[in-house]
Design a protein around this ligand. Sequence first.
Ligand SMILES: Nc1ncnc2c1ncn2[C@@H]1O[C@H](COP(=O)(O)OP(=O)(O)OP(=O)(O)O)[C@@H](O)[C@H]1O
Length: 240
Amino acid sequence: MINVTNLTKTFGKLEVLRDISTTVSRGEVVAIIGPSGSGKSTFLRCLNMLETPTEGRITIDGTDITDPKTDITRFRQRIGMVFQHFHLFPHMTVIDNIAFAPMKVKGLSADEARTKGLQLLERVGLKDKAGVYPSKLSGGQKQRVAIARSLAMDPDIMLFDEPTSALDPEMVKEVLAVIRDLASSGMTMLIVTHEMKFAREAANTIFFLDGGKLIERAEPEQFFSRPQSERAARFLEQVL
Ligand SMILES: Nc1ncnc2c1ncn2[C@@H]1O[C@H](COP(=O)(O)OP(=O)(O)OP(=O)(O)O)[C@@H](O)[C@H]1O
């Protein structure tokens, strides 16, 4: 479904991604892990062209999203993204945050968008918060609303960029539970995370990045118990 070929990204002289080639299949759940500054977020952001690759190609279902002729704005509707900081609209209630894009972009009626929004709020365990403003929510609740808002656009792929890093420890679990539930639903997902236990249990595949290179691509059991590279072994020694 996703094909990455010779992806390179530089910021000025800084080479952040170096010649990455890999694939992600439909329904695959990929945890992207690696040391700070290894290029994980940049890699993720290239997958929906929030960062423009310096070299290389990314195709999704055969469409080259790096081709300037591709209508990336339209394509992005198929790719949901959840950030470390939730980016909810502060002046809108929870349900309006969720209903906004389906109405504006997909042309749903207000009733349709609200009905869908309520279903999604139920899915993330927050149906009772529909009429509340974001400022009244905890960090964990805000992130669950942000996930519901992304899902409201019926994405084919969900990208998560350190979705629990800004949360107090007691809220990490509730957000990971929602992401885990989504992972088992067959959604294609890539998640940049520092939560090793979560990566091990919820992902089908680990991408280990170091120094901008995709050093290992492996199943979690193999990666965590028998890493193939010295760099991954050293990283796991530090974090486990
Ligand atoms: N827009 C930018 N301009 C210049 N340098 C950038 C930009 N974005 C990222 N970088 C640099 O690219 C490198 C990789 O950053 P990136 O955020 O992708 O790493 P990461 O693995 O996600 O790190 P972390 O785990 O700390 O979030 C870092 O050295 C960072 O400072």
